[in-house]
Structure formats: structure tokens, C-alpha cells
Design a protein around this ligand. Structure first.
Ligand SMILES: Nc1ncnc2c1ncn2[C@@H]1O[C@H](COP(=O)(O)OP(=O)(O)OP(=O)(O)O)[C@@H](O)[C@H]1O
Ligand SMILES: [Mg+2]
Length: 505
């Protein structure tokens, strides 16, 4: 069988970094090919070479049996290669339909855009893919992170691609959306497309892939049949070491004060009567389906979106409508890690150093003067601790791999010495090893007396790191569980609104 794609001996260096020392990837028609490796292993760079965005220094590619050296993404696109990138590429102020047709608008006669036809086609595609909650007329800016991602997928599959590459497609998706993406992927595979599936959620390898290629330090390590390997074997070929991701939260202290409490809180965007309580020393998780309202919780509590009714009590102070603001909250000891890292979190052209220390500047200053030595040494400490792969603390952050950018954002929060942490998708895009490190740091925060609220679409993550879990359904907390007493199934049923009396929150 001629592979759809065969990349061999791909090399690529950037100033001071060898991103690819020996990239190899061979994808057959009708297969889902997993591509895994630690943060910074070179996965996205390899994709970027294949799709014509980055010229390689050496190596060769065959596509459908012919030599292939795309000089631009347009050339790869025209050859039938589609990529769903780790960083979204949609234009926020346009509608879904406009985004899907950017650059190839359907015209009616006389060169007029046939908007009606475009819209119908997009609505039909969205429907067919099962994205009924997204409309062709919705503006991207009004969609949640996961909805934006699904639009990105719709854009890629609009015309059957020969090769579809998805770079961490499930990082921001919840379980139901992930299932949906699995079924779309299987359908494309059955129609003969070759699919590359990059992920840090290793349990997906068994669920969706046929073969797996492992990369380490920019080089190919092995390609194996998914049926023949265990998760542990993949982890050790990725990292060269064994990792135990299991982490138990520290024991709760009796009589610890409540640091964060909401009562009767509602928002304009669909949260009603939300009741949350997090004690000092406690890690509380919040989960729910897409559209349940969990996407709103962090922004609401941090004063980014307005509170419509109810009260929020944080560190002994009570806030009502109009009184919450990000500035006020961060000054009084609250740190918020937004889930939408690209949109809200990163100052992309600034160095790692500033991106890490930005929220902690007050703690690192005397009378308005920044103690630069201390800034540098504490940032360096975190670079080491979380294994952030960067040339130096002075490197501009958008040159880091996706997972390493996420680690920088996380480190930013840890430097603030806040007492209340609101963490949205804290390990999004982070590899297994770093995930375990981040879990450890979260537990240390709690042990030192902070209250931690984790909002995550990753059910296993919540079950692993939290003391208590809150299930949100239809804008309300409908059930509360002790993490060590609940199964994944029970939790997910609660997300769907199915609870029995004992569990009522
Ligand atoms: N434009 C660039 N300039 C400098 N260095 C770069 C650039 N692009 C990538 N790198 C470096 O190349 C290495 C590989 O990065 P890449 O993004 O391919 O990793 P990855 O395997 O996709 O990681 P992740 O899982 O975190 O997304 C990293 O060390 C990264 O910092
Ligand atoms: Mg990447």
C-alpha cells in the first residue's frame, strides 16, 4: 500500500534550538495515526513542515507516492492536506460561515457572493457533524473555546481531506465533544482519509488510533501498532522514565475557614443560583458538559463578566453586583488562570520572564521598584521545577511549544502567593510528566492553606486532584461528591442531570 504521507529525516533548527533532529512519519490511507511526545518534542514543528508553513533544513516528504516539498500552506492545502492547529486560526469578528469560506467564497453569477448558498451549506455541514449548538451566523467572538475549536474542525472537513492533521484536538473539549470528534474521525478514516492525531491524553490512543509514532527531543523513537502497546510502554518511550500520575490531595484540616463562597449567584450567560464553597486547604473541582455554564464560572468569579444577582464572599469580604473586578480581586489575593490561553492569557511577544512574573510584580517590588534579581531567580526556579523547555528566561513566549506556554501561565499564578486560586483547564496541552508536576504544585498550594477551585473538562483530572467535586448542569450546581466516593460514571451522569436524592448539592 502506498502511504498517503511519508516524511523522512526531517531536520529543522531555530536560533539556539534544534526543533527537529530526525522527524519521521508515515501515514496510510484509512488509518488514524497517533503522534505523541513530551512538550517541545517537535510534533507541531513536524506538522508545520508537512503543511508548507516551515521550510525544513533537510529531509524529504512523499505525498501520495510523489516527492512533495510545499513552499506555502496554500500549496499543501490545494493538494488536499488540512490541519487543525493547536492555536486557533479563526477570525473573531466574522461569522462561522464567513470563516469557513475565507478565501474561497462561493459566487453566484456576475461575481456576487452567494451568501444564501454558503450559509445553507455551512448549516448542513454543522448539522451533519452533530454541531447543532453552533449556527452558521454566529460570530466567532461569541462562541466558547470548545465551540471555536469545533468550527475549526468543520472548516477542515468541509471538503473531504486526503490527509487531516489535528494538533491536540481534544485539549479543550469535554467528554461528549471528544466522542463526537471520534465519530467524525472514524467516518473520515472509513472513507479513506489518513489522519494524524496529536494528543497528550494518552487514553485516547487506545480509543481512536491504529498506529502510534513516538517522538523524543526532535527525533523519531518508534512507530507501533496501537493494539500491541500499553500506556506505560508509550510513556517510557516518550520520556525515558516512569511516571506515576496518581496524586492524592493533602488531608483536610478540621475547622479551616471558608475562603470562597458564592450564594444565589447568577450571570447574564446562563448561571443560576450557583452555590460554591471552598475552604482554606481544599481543592474543589467543577465539571459539566459544554453549555452547562462551567465555561462562565471563572470569568464571573474573577469579575471579568458581570454578576447579575447573589453574593460572592472571598477571603472574608462580600461582593455584590458591580463590585467584582479583576484588579480588585488580584490585589486582594485571588489568582485566575483563564482556559483560553491564547485569547486572554499570554502576552505573546514578551519574554518568558515577564509572562511569568507579571501578576506577582507587587510582591516582587519595594516602593514600586522591581527586585529584578528576585524576579529572575524565582522565575528560573519554576522553569526548572516544571521543566519549561525554553532557551532562556529571555526567550519570547510565542517561540515556546504549546505545552510550555501553558506551564509559563501556570507558573505565573504560583509566583503570586495568592490565597484563592481559580484554575481553568490547568494542564491543557501539558505532557504526562509535567501534568504530574503541576498536580503536585496544586496540592502544595492547598497544603500551604490556599483555597483552590479547578474548572476542568477532564473528568479524570478532577477525580485525581480534588477533595470535592461539583457537577454543574444547566447553570446550577446540582450535585456535590467527595472525590474518593464517586466513580467517573456517576459524575458524568450528574453532568447530564441525573442524580439521586442523596447527592443533591
Ligand atoms: N519559531 C520558533 N523559534 C524558536 N524556537 C521554536 C520555534 N518553533 C518551535 N521552536 C522550538 O522547537 C521545539 C519544538 O517545539 P514544538 O512546538 O514542535 O513542540 P511540540 O512537540 O509540539 O510540543 P507541545 O506538546 O508542547 O505542543 C521547542 O523547543 C520550541 O521552543
Ligand atoms: Mg505542539
Amino acid at each position: 500500500m502506498t502511504p498517503i504521507l511519508k516524511a523522512s529525516g526531517i531536520q529543522k533548527s531555530f536560533p539556539g534550538v534544534v526543533a527537529l533532529a530526525n522527524g519521521e512519519l508515515s501515514v496510510n490511507p484509512g488509518e488514524v495515526h497517533g503522534l505523541v511526545g513530551e512538550n517541545g518534542a517537535g510534533k507541531s514543528t513536524l506538522v508545520s513542515v508537512i503543511c508548507g508553513a516551515t521550510p525544513p533544513d533537510a529531509g524529504s516528504i512523499e505525498y501520495l507516492g510523489e516527492p512533495f516539498a510545499p513552499r506555502s500552506p496554500r500549496e499543501a492545502y490545494n493538494a488536499g492536506i488540512r490541519v487543525v492547529f493547536q492555536h486557533l486560526s479563526l477570525i473573531p469578528f466574522l461569522t462561522v460561515t464567513e470563516n469557513l469560506y475565507v478565501g474561497r467564497e462561493l459566487s453566484g453569477g456576475l461575481g456576487f457572493l452567494n451568501r444564501g448558498a454558503m450559509r445553507k451549506r455551512v448549516d448542513a455541514t454543522l448539522q451533519e457533524l452533530g454541531f447543532a449548538h453552533i449556527g452558521g451566523q454566529d460570530r466567532i467572538i461569541h462562541l466558547s473555546t470548545s465551540q471555536r475549536f469545533l468550527v475549526e474542525v468543520a472548516k477542515a472537513v468541509l471538503y473531504a481531506p486526503k490527509l487531516l492533521i489535528m494538533d491536540e484536538p481534544t485539549a479543550a473539549l469535554n467528554d461528549a465533544e471528544t466522542e463526537l470528534l471520534f465519530s467524525i474521525t472514524r467516518k473520515l478514516r472509513d472513507e479513506g482519509s489518513g489522519i494524524v492525531w496529536i494528543t497528550h491524553r494518552l487514553e485516547e490512543l487506545a480509543q481512536i488510533t491504529d498506529r502510534i509514532t513516538v517522538m523524543r527531543d526532535g527525533a523519531w523513537v518508534e512507530t507501533v501498532d496501537s493494539a500491541d502497546v500499553t500506556r506505560d510502554a508509550i510513556i517510557s518511550s516518550m520520556t525515558g522514565r516512569k511516571i506515576t500520575a496518581e496524586a492524592l490531595p493533602p488531608p483536610l484540616k478540621a475547622g479551616a475557614p471558608v475562603y470562597l463562597r458564592t450564594s444565589g449567584v447568577s450571570s447574564d450567560d446562563g448561571l443560576h443560583d450557583l452555590g460554591i464553597e471552598v475552604h482554606s486547604g481544599e481543592v474543589v473541582g467543577i465539571g459539566g458538559l459544554a453549555g452547562s455554564g462551567i465555561e462562565e464560572v471563572g470569568r464571573l468569579l474573577f469579575g471579568v463578566t458581570p454578576l447579575r444577582a447573589g453574593t460572592v464572599e472571598i477571603l472574608g469580604r462580600t461582593y455584590r453586583r458591580g463590585q467584582l473586578s479583576p484588579g480588585k480581586l488580584s490585589r486582594s489575593g485571588v489568582f485566575y488562570l483563564p482556559g483560553d490561553r491564547m485569547g486572554e492569557g499570554i502576552f505573546d511577544v514578551r519574554p518568558v520572564l515577564e509572562n511569568t512574573s507579571v501578576s506577582a510584580l507587587p510582591q516582587l517590588s519595594n516602593f514600586g521598584f522591581l527586585r529584578r534579581g528576585e524576579e529572575r531567580s524565582s522565575v528560573r526556579g519554576f522553569i526548572e521545577r516544571l521543566g519549561i523547555k525554553t532557551r532562556s528566561a529571555g526567550q519570547v513566549i510565542d517561540k515556546l511549544s504549546g505545552g510550555n506556554q501553558q506551564k509559563v501561565l501556570f507558573a505565573r499564578g504560583m509566583l503570586t502567593k495568592a490565597d484563592v486560586f481559580i484554575l481553568e483547564e490547568p494542564t491543557q496541552g501539558v505532557d504526562v510528566g509535567a501534568k504530574a508536576d503541576i498536580y503536585k504544585v496544586i496540592h502544595e498550594l492547598a497544603e500551604n492553606g490556599a483555597a483552590v477551585l479547578v474548572i476542568s473538562t477532564d473528568t479524570r483530572e478532577l477525580l485525581t486532584i480534588c477533595h470535592r467535586l461539583l457537577a454543574v448542569h444547566d447553570g446550577r450546581v446540582i450535585a456535590s461528591f467527595n472525590a474518593d466516593e464517586v466513580t467517573e460514571d456517576r459524575l458524568v451522569s450528574a453532568y447530564f442531570g441525573q442524580i439521586d436524592e442523596r447527592e443533591t448539592a
